[in-house]
Design a binder for this molecule. Structure first.
Ligand code: ATP
Length: 395
């Protein structure tokens, strides 16, 4: 296993946490690993972009969701992305957000945990090495940049909290609580146009039938990417035809200078300068407090934004809050999100839909959009789901 560790993630203790809690576990499980301490932003991204992947059975990170974002995008920037992205990925929570770690812990039906307890639990999952499929969302920005996301696309309140709370990093996971309270004091409205392709109406993927199911446990040990052939246990699984990315059409190679145009074609999207297809839903409101598209249950260790979400449900869980909501109601919403009950509070300002694709066109010239908690280019963006494209060691 190649393990990449960001020494600055979270409160800056990732390395000592790894030594104290996980190192011995990996030794006892006889899992040989090479530890790379990242030296700068994009170090992990470059490393996996260039790596000889035949050397590794799994790529793991000990950090927050930001380092996993680098690894996923580094793999998708390779010429051999279709094979590379099948490399099983592992997560050890060492950051402040740790949403993926909290989500996989939740999918296993385990009691909610945080901090070092969550780390030990995820260390155990990593040692067991059970691999699940993971949906990726392809996100296109106005400058034709293409990103692959496994967690969230946020605009408005949540994106502002994500970026503004960076300065409270020293308090660890509590940085989101502090950031939320600060942003509540200066609550504002964000204007723009939101459109989406409802999940129920599209026939492009058969994934919808699985949207309420648990993540698929393929009951296999970590296998090298070349082991994922038709003879793998997956071939006997009822979802095999659906899962097998070899059946997917070959990507159209657009001759753009950026490496980030690789990956499967976005068959549900039309260019950003054209109107969305007629069968999409265009939201009539244009004043929002937040727009949050999530594809995992948790958006941080203690916020369960989409309780029904699963690793490979083929669904973008789209939540938006309309302008007019009071500070008190919004605070109540976030408090309910700690238990994942916010979507059943019947708040008239909160809308929750399941989608397969979406487009967001902010009107104001400046603002913040985050993808998996990382700030990305601001402006019109659109996204579509690619079900089961990646693999995650998820217990
Ligand atoms: N050695 C490094 N020095 C500076 N930045 C780094 C280094 N290694 C990785 N990074 C970058 O730091 C950013 C934050 O990392 P990461 O998200 O993993 O931790 P975090 O912010 O503490 O956790 P979370 O995203 O869960 O809040 C990412 O953009 C990552 O690319």
């Amino acid at each position: 296993m190649l393990l990449m560790l960001n020494p600055h993630s979270g409160k800056g203790q990732a390395h000592s946490l790894f030594t104290a809690h996980v190192q011995r576990m990996l030794q006892e499980a006889s899992i040989p690993y090479t530890l790379i301490i990242t030296e700068r932003q994009n170090h992990a991204r470059e490393l996996v972009r260039e790596a000889d992947l035949s050397q590794w059975d799994a790529l793991a990170i000990m950090s927050g969701d930001g380092l996993l974002f680098e690894v996923v995008n580094g793999l998708m920037e390779r010429e051999d992305w279709e094979e590379a992205i099948k490399t099983p990925l592992g997560v050890l929570p060492g950051g402040s957000g740790n949403a993926v770690a909290a989500s996989i812990h939740n999918y296993c039906g385990l009691q909610p945990m945080s901090g070092e307890d969550l780390l030990v639990s995820c260390g155990f999952m990593l040692c067991k090495g059970l691999v699940s499929r993971l949906d990726l969302i392809s996100i296109c920005t106005a400058s034709n940049q293409r990103l692959f996301s496994f967690l969230s696309l946020a605009w408005g309140f949540v994106a502002d909290v994500d970026s503004e709370s960076e300065k409270y990093r020293h308090v660890g996971a509590a940085r989101f609580t502090v950031g939320t309270l600060v942003r509540l004091m200066s609550l504002r409205v964000y204007q723009g146009k939101l459109s989406y392709l409802p999940a129920e109406q599209s026939g492009s993927y058969s994934s919808l039938e699985q949207s309420t199911e648990s993540p698929t446990d393929f009951s296999q040990q970590i296998a090298s990417s070349s082991d994922y052939s038709d003879s793998s246990p997956c071939a006997n699984h009822p979802l095999h035809n659906f899962c097998n990315s070899n059946n997917a059409p070959k990507p159209k190679r657009t001759n753009l200078s950026q490496v980030s145009v690789l990956g499967p074609p976005d068959s549900l999207l039309v260019p950003l300068d054209q109107p969305v297809p007629a069968h999409w839903t265009v939201v009539s409101e244009q004043d929002f407090v937040l727009v949050l598209a999530v594809y995992q249950s948790h958006i941080s260790e203690d916020l369960i934004a989409a309780p029904a979400s699963r690793l490979e449900d083929g669904v973008i869980h789209l939540i938006y809050v309309k302008a007019g909501i009071s500070r008190t109601a919004l605070l109540r919403l976030f408090l309910a999100m700690e238990k994942g009950t916010h979507l059943s509070t019947n708040c008239p300002y909160v809308v929750y839909v399941k989608a397969q694709a979406l487009r967001l066109e902010p009107y104001s010239p400046k603002g913040t959009i985050t993808v998996d908690g990382e700030v990305v280019e601001y402006g019109p963006v659109q996204a579509q789901i690619h079900s089961s494209l990646a693999r995650l060691i998820a217990g």
